[in-house]
Design a protein around this ligand. Sequence first.
Ligand SMILES: O=C(O)CCC(=O)C(=O)O
Ligand SMILES: [Fe+2]
Length: 313
Amino acid sequence: MGSLSQPKLPVINLSAKNLEYNSISWVKTCGEVISALEKYGCFVAKYDGVSQELHDAIFHASHDLFDLPTEVKVLNTSDTPSHGYVGQIPVIPLYEGLGVENATTADGVERFTKLMWPSGNGVFCETVLMFSKAVAELDQIVMKMIAKSYGIEEHYGPLLGSTTYLLKLIKYLSPQGDERNLGIVPHTDKTFMSILHQDEVKGLEIKTKDGEWIKYDPSPSSFVVMAGDGCMAWTNGKIEASCHRVMMQGSKERFSLGLFTFIRNIKIETPQELVDENNPPKFKAFDHYKYLHYHATDEGMRSKFPLKSYCGI
Ligand SMILES: O=C(O)CCC(=O)C(=O)O
Ligand SMILES: [Fe+2]
């Protein structure tokens, strides 16, 4: 495609008021969500579950967090690869991230807050919990739509019951000089679903199936809803995880947030409804956390398509 037409991601209104379950507008929106996910593996959701005040508060909280000394931030460790503190990585020197595990529960957020601020930080704790819960609702709206569209609603119940939420707070330094610098290398998320939100500094790019990079234009009421490898396996590849990267430019630092879902205790397994002679099964049932550990091995990191290397049929 020529440079005249800037490709854009579909924008879909998922605000609560026009989304009564199974209403005419719900069914219509459902169709838009599925076609966007099948085409791009992601879309931009307009969502009013996070107010402008909460948007301001969460980025304020994020600035406070990254202002802490590195010795404190590295205390955030995790048994799961890339769930704790990630920073000072030679291939992505601009990137720093901290994961809050079980971010939709008071216990999870309190544990993280206590680690970072032993004497407490009530505002941080409340803000993170409120933001995570609001964005988790958006995830559940989208998941219900996927399940309904594919006629696999009965399989969504157990999945929802086993869903855990990781909130990742991310900061990118501005590149030195005026080149475009890689903030994060092209990848697909190893999550089930990812919902990304950010401040006004651009940089997120999504690759289309034709290999073009779409530049995301952020706003406080916009969220990028993106399928991860887990969703790809569950839907038998009908929805592909989208490849994305962050390119940093200019003199401003960039702050972003990802609410990431993972499936604990049950295997991710393609429902029989999505398998027939024209659609043979593509992935074996697998344990999501074991997959995350596999991805962190040399073999997993070298693989061009780790989901396929791990559990492809
Ligand atoms: O910063 C962003 O917008 C994207 C972050 C990302 O892709 C990730 O953490 O997996
Ligand atoms: Fe990502």
